[in-house]
Write a protein that binds this ligand. Structure first.
Ligand code: BES
Ligand code: MN
Ligand code: ZN
Length: 493
């Protein structure tokens, strides 16, 4: 999908479809008025008689006569009451528009929305939100279909009255973000017999081959054993695929600048291990590497945008399988930090791979560390597929993430990690146990991670509900929280 900003006359723009806004009280936006003048008042007349634009977020095609405009179709969108216009409403409207464009198999589209900035946002954010809506509507994972179908949409134009540096930047960011989301979703949707820890390592190598600003190093089982990463290693014991820690380093600033670190949970399939999941529980567990996939996508975006910061991605990857050599409930392992862990449930494996990656992160003297993990089913019970769970040991970092979530509409909700919860993971036989109990499952999981992140500002995103969502019997990847994390990093420049 090619995205451009155009500042030439609106009437001159050639596209399959041009999209302009109207307001709830049958008012035309400024751009719609420009077209209306050209069409000799036909849009005003149309607005008066149509019933298709009654509700906020409704859209309707205005039938153009031949050669009336350079564009072949004209789509009007009702953005509601101007005084109540928010980014949330814009997002809802644009999601519907994107779906409509996809059903008419539109090849090129122009959005003329520079005249309708939401009261709580900017035109730049609208550009990014529109690009994401289009990515979501047109994305297909057809690699394994014998007759793959693709979307027709290949060209997107954002019209702006005059050239503005920030809109130029927003357009470039929009393009880079959706390229990142594409990568995240492709990796996430990939079947688990193909996407195993070695595959992820290979993907990282390929990324480094493509971009000179990236360096990739992968720690294999021998290296991890030598280091003492006993927690990470314990998870892959039942699998023929070897566990790995993949380090992706992006240098966009001086070596002396502390990096921002993203740690991704990369369980390429989670059977639960000896605490085997049932049918319903296991289906969808190829998505247990969505945290890792998010790290890939964000780094791709950062590289494309050449951000002047340093970023390190750490991917802790393993396959959680039962088998003769698989970890047993009641096994005790020693983590990279030296803390011993009593594994009471082999299905609480995410925290085991993450804790060693989080300890490893100390070596980089990080400015901030954010881990992204499909960590608990409990977070779905708690927040559904609307917000990701946010946990942090640093209020300033948490607020920055909350702000980025609001700006991008890639929501988070903060939950506590106080000492009373932390006490629930004390073990009788080791320093920590890997489950708390039936109550507060997402919080005790976060408390577990918090014991390994005392040396730097840290946040944890539990994305079990948001990184993939139910689609009939299957799930499908959403590309979240790539928009949120890119926005967070954009604010760190
Ligand atoms: N990968 C799962 C969490 C999950 C569940 C992600 C559903 C997406 C959808 C995680 O490894 C897990 O199995 N967690 C257990 C923890 C429990 C054993 C303490 C869970 O949520 O049941
Ligand atoms: Mn599990
Ligand atoms: Zn898992």
């Amino acid at each position: 999908m090619k995205i451009q900003l155009k500042t030439s006359s609106l009437l001159a723009i050639a596209a399959d479809c041009i999209v302009v806004a109207t307001w709830g009280n049958q008012q035309l936006s400024a751009n719609a008025q420009t077209l209306n003048n050209h069409l000799k008042g036909a849009l005003t007349a149309f607005l008066k008689k149509t019933t298709q634009l009654e509700n906020t977020c409704d859209s309707a095609f205005f039938t153009l006569r031949e050669k009336e405009l350079n564009a072949s179709q004209l789509l009007l969108v009702n953005l509601g009451n101007k005084k109540e216009f928010t980014l949330e409403i814009f997002k809802k409207a644009i999601d519907k528009v994107a779906a409509t464009l996809e059903t008419i198999r539109c090849k090129s589209v122009c959005f003329a929305f520079d005249d309708v900035s939401p009261n709580d946002s900017t035109t730049g954010q609208c550009i990014r939100a529109t690009a994401i809506a289009l990515q979501q509507a047109t994305y297909r994972f057809e690699t394994y279909k014998s007759k793959p179908k693709t979307s027709a949409l290949s060209q997107v134009i954002f019209f702006a009255d005059k050239s503005q540096k920030n809109l130029d930047d927003a357009t470039k960011q929009a393009e880079a973000i959706i390229a990142g989301m594409d990568l995240t979703m492709d990796l996430a949707n990939c079947p688990p017999n193909v996407c195993h820890p070695g595959y992820l390592a290979k993907q990282a190598d390929q990324l480094a081959k493509k971009y000179a600003s990236l360096t990739v190093k992968t720690l294999n089982e021998a290296a991890l054993k030598k280091l003492g990463a006993g927690a990470l290693l314990s998870v892959g014991n039942g699998s023929p695929h070897k566990s790995k820690m993949i380090l992706i380093e992006y240098r966009g600033a001086a070596k002396t600048q502390q990096p921002h670190i993203l740690v991704g949970k990369g369980i390429t399939f989670d059977t639960g291990g000896n605490n085997l999941k049932n049918f319903d529980g296991m289906l969808g567990m190829k998505y247990d590497m969505c945290g890792a996939a998010t790290v890939f996508g964000v780094i791709k975006t950062v590289v494309e945008l050449k951000l002047k910061i340093n970023v390190v991605g750490i991917i802790a990857t393993a396959e959680n399988m039962p088998g003769g050599e698989a970890t047993r409930p009641e096994d005790i392992v020693t983590s990279l930090s030296g803390q011993t862990i009593e594994i009471l449930n082999t299905d609480a494996e995410g925290r085991l791979v993450l804790c060693d990656a989080l300890t490893y992160a100390e070596r980089y003297n990080p400015k901030s560390v954010i881990d992204i993990a499909t960590l608990t089913g409990a977070i779905i019970t708690c927040l559904g597929d609307i917000n990701s769970g946010l946990f942090s040991n640093n209020d300033k970092l948490a607020e920055q993430i909350q702000q980025a979530a609001t700006t991008t509409q890639d929501g988070v909700w903060r939950l506590p990690i106080s000492s009373a919860y932390d006490a629930m993971i004390n073990s009788n036989f080791a320093d920590i146990k890997n489950i708390g109990g039936a109550a507060a499952g997402s919080i005790t999981a976060a408390c577990f991670l918090a014991r390994f992140t005392k040396k730097y500002p840290w946040a944890h995103l539990d994305v079990a509900g948001t990184a993939s969502v139910k689609a009939g019997m299957n799930r499908k990847a959403t590309g979240r929280p790539v928009p949120l994390l890119v926005e967070y990093l954009l604010q760190q420049r």
